[in-house]
Design a protein around this ligand. Structure first.
Ligand code: C2O
Length: 520
């Protein structure tokens, strides 16, 4: 706490006073709080299906929180500032001069679980319920289900029907207004652009594909699900190191909700401001629920590493007392006293199909990506070499497709293996689809500068081992990679993007996006 300084990587706000998000200071050593709830658990319910009595209660709780004086650590602004503090690196790590940033690392899940845990306890307390009263709960934004795939009515500026009450205290003026309606379908693969033109049925299918990919297909190990290890002395992993869910749907939903015309895509689209939107806490209850869903699947284990388990965060609790909590103590949600309502998960059946059945060759009709040249606004393919013997001899290493890319401000590209015919309308629910890559946000630069040329270089390491197995390509020494550019808003055409290199290397099974700078 004593290291707290001004936030870094803020979108520039030239002319306005510095944005301070240090919490009120405490004069005592915080005790360690360890969860041990034994009362019957609160059930966090899907936001779209709560009743009006609950919505009114939630609105009342936020009204009380917003009415607290701004220096009360339980006030809404201080609650929002917690996010700025842990995300815009206002703290140094204990015993190190390195900055502390919990995103893009394995601390992403436990930090946010603790964050919304205290947030929920504070709201309950403000309603006059004591800590063991199971009546008050946070609701989750159930966007993985078709019925929950719009901003939930109670948080929306534009409620679904006039028969439903509207709660200004739960809505937020700094959202993308075209997305804040009951008819807009959330794009879990959003990257700022062309998903807005999709029909609802197509978007819902893409959402299922995304969910299947991030929770089942690509999240087979704790490392891939939780993200890159982050230990004392490591510098912040800006823009890489995230687990599957953190990248998508977590980051993408932040961007989808935020106002892309506002400074840094605020509120939901920027670290410093996202906690200012009450929808943030429903989004994070959903992310927290996805952790529970992942954990309930066979052979899925928590991270078992002392550096993970002993990492600590500071929070003010519902009494306004500063406490320390450990990341490892977040593993068991039942000790924190809540469970999630069980709802259908249709995406579990979105098992990808195989399109191509033989190793692809590049023929005369196929556009070849020219390495070192600006990419055209149409799909192109490149052939990369690998040594199947090396892969076989070192099963603990995975095949990584490394794409070294130079791009301007924004880029969005879908990556396929062994499918040179892929284009922008190809359904991503096929085995050939690797991932969508996109950087819609660039930290440290204000939106108006971001729209100018600011070149970025990124090395994407995409773990494709499982894809090679699925496509029966493990014995091949040449793999066809197809890149499908998509048009990011606010542009009307594809922006300059140059592939500098594309190759396969064997590496530990983590994804890395070195050199990328993203806010969300
Ligand atoms: Cu700390 Cu949704 O991010």
């Amino acid at each position: 706490m004593s290291s707290c300084h001004l936030p870094l990587n803020l979108p520039a706000s030239t002319g306005s006073p510095p944005y301070v998000c240090c919490p009120p200071a405490a004069t005592y050593e915080p005790r360690l709080f360890r969860p041990n709830s034994s009362s019957s658990p609160r059930m966090r319910r899907a936001a779209h299906s709560v009743d009006e009595a609950y919505a009114a209660k939630l609105a009342q709780a936020y009204a009380l929180m917003k009415a607290l004086p701004p220096d009360d650590p339980r006030s809404f602004i201080q609650q929002a500032n917690i996010h700025c503090a842990y995300c815009n690196t206002v703290y140094n790590q204990m015993g190190s001069s390195e900055l502390f940033q919990i995103h893009n690392t394995w601390l992403f899940f436990p930090f946010h679980r603790w964050y919304i845990y205290f947030h929920e306890r504070i709201l309950a307390k403000l309603l006059g319920e004591d800590g063991d009263d199971p009546a008050f709960f946070l609701s989750f934004w159930n966007y993985d289900h078709p019925d929950g795939a719009s901003i939930p009515w109670l948080f929306s500026a534009a409620p679904a029907s006039s028969s439903r009450p509207h709660y200004p205290v739960l809505s937020n003026a700094s959202r993308d207004s075209s997305h804040d309606s009951a008819t807009a379908t959330v794009a879990l693969d959003f990257n700022g652009g062309d998903t807005d033109c999709r029909r609802r049925s197509i978007q819902l299918r893409e959402n299922d594909n995304t969910m299947y990919r991030v929770l089942i297909r690509d999240a087979t190990t704790p490392e891939s699900f939780f993200g890159w290890p982050y230990r004392q002395g490591d510098s912040p992993m800006e823009g890489y190191g995230f687990g599957t869910v953190e990248y998508c749907p977590h980051n993408t939903v932040h961007s989808w909700v935020g106002n892309k015309s506002a400074m840094g895509w605020r509120d939901m689209g920027a670290f410093f401001s996202s906690g200012l939107d009450p929808l943030f806490y429903a989004h994070h209850a959903q992310i927290d629920r996805l952790w529970e869903l992942w954990k309930a699947m066979p052979n899925h284990e928590e991270i078992d590493d002392e550096d993970y388990k002993n990492a600590e965060f500071l929070f003010y609790n519902e009494e306004g007392e500063l406490v320390r909590v450990r990341a490892g103590d977040a593993s068991d949600a039942s000790l924190l006293g809540y469970v999630y309502e069980e709802v259908e998960t249709p995406w579990k059946d979105a098992i990808p199909e195989q399109r191509s059945f033989a190793p692809a060759e590049l023929g005369d009709g196929d556009a070849i990506c020219e390495v070192g040249k600006v990419m055209e606004a149409k799909p192109c393919s490149v052939r990369v070499e690998r040594d199947p013997e090396v892969s076989r001899a070192s099963p603990w290493l995975h095949d990584h497709l490394v794409l070294s890319i130079d791009y301007q401000s924004q880029m969005m590209v879908d990556v396929y293996l062994n499918l040179p015919a892929a284009n922008a309308t190809t359904d991503s629910g096929c085995k050939e689809f690797v991932t969508n890559i996109g950087h819609s946000h660039v930290a440290s630069t204000p939106l108006d500068v971001k729209l100018d040329i600011s070149e970025r270089l990124v090395d994407l390491n995409l773990d494709i081992s499982e894809r090679l197995v699925d496509l029966n390509l493990t014995n091949e020494s040449r793999i066809v990679v197809t890149l499908v550019p998509r048009i990011p808003l606010p542009y009307s055409s594809f922006q300059n993007l140059t592939i500098l290199d594309a190759y396969i290397e064997c590496a530990l099974p983590f994804q890395r996006w070195d050199g990328a700078h993203t806010l969300f």
